[in-house]
Design a protein around this ligand. Structure first.
Ligand code: KMH
Ligand code: ZN
Length: 272
């Protein structure tokens, strides 16, 4: 089996310090959390940014500041800016996270509209998805295809049929938002992507470590971090993203899977 790529989603747009005081808002806090995850074995940082008061933003200069600070402490890490941003942002606003230097190697591409809890809807029309895919292809940015249910894999494959994606494809199965997060769900998703694709999985909240274990055993990769879960175990808040990554690294060791360095992750993901 390939080595395990651990992606740390250190910040997110929705989770707050009220949920867990270690959630990073400031640039210093974002760099601290990225470093804790990197030191524990993360090779990819999935990045959202906030203003100092915690408000999510896709402002390109805020992304630039965060990227500069992360690269100072984790010089070889793969940074994956979010183009999802927060619910309610316009497409133009969301794409601003890509206007940074160095040019992003990797970025998220959300492949469908979904119910985000309560009255919140995260809107991704076909036109939005195809347009984001086209822009990433033109700029040589590898998309991580964020799929929250099986139908979104089919939408990604429509974009592929239109020539908007470069193979091998890489998917991230985000389980526990719209689709449930059992091992059966994970098996369905893995069985629905083209042969030769790579994949990462994450389970939201209490499903985080079940899905991580499933992905480790099945040869996929794992995403973990405050964006997806704030708990290390039932009732115990994680003190850092590093603690969450460390737990995944321990699971990987238990199952005999080695952890990929950032350069190994680049090779596995076919990132040039
Ligand atoms: N915050 C969500 C609305 C992504 O990063 O691409 C979107 C999200 C997905 O987190
Ligand atoms: Zn995200």
């Amino acid at each position: 089996m390939e080595k395990l790529i651990i992606t740390a989603c250190i910040c997110g747009a929705e989770v707050t310090k009220e949920h867990n005081p270690a959630v990073p808002y400031t640039i210093e806090e974002i760099a601290r959390e990225a470093k804790s995850a990197y030191d524990a074995g993360a090779s990819v940082i999935h990045l959202h940014v906030r203003w100092d008061d915690g408000t999510p933003t896709q402002d390109s200069s805020r992304f630039q500041e965060a990227i500069n600070a992360i690269l100072e402490v984790c010089p070889d890490v793969i940074i994956q800016p979010s183009t999802g941003g927060a619910v309610g942002m316009s497409d133009e606003e969301r794409l601003a996270s890509l206007n940074v230097v160095p040019k992003p190697e990797f970025a998220t591409l959300d492949c469908g509209t979904l119910n985000f809890g309560g009255d919140e809807i995260f809107v991704n029309t076909d036109n939005t998805i195809f347009n984001f895919a086209r822009i990433m292809k033109e700029r040589g940015i590898k998309p991580e295809l964020e799929v929250f249910d099986k139908g979104m894999i089919d939408i990604a494959l429509k974009a592929d049929k239109q020539g908007l994606l470069v193979h091998p494809l890489h998917f991230d199965f985000v389980l526990g938002v719209q689709m449930s997060a059992t091992l059966r769900d994970l098996v369905i998703m893995v069985g629905s992507i083209p042969h030769g694709s790579t994949w990462t999985a994450c389970g939201i909240g209490r499903y985080a470590f079940d899905i991580a274990a499933g992905a480790i055993i099945m040869g996929g990769h794992v995403r973990i971090g405050f964006e997806d879960t704030i708990y290390l175990e039932k009732g115990v808040l994680a003190k850092s993203n590093g603690e969450l990554v460390e737990k995944v690294a321990r699971l990987a060791k238990f199952f005999g899977r080695e952890i990929a360095t950032p350069d190994e992750a680049r090779r596995i993901l076919s990132i040039k």
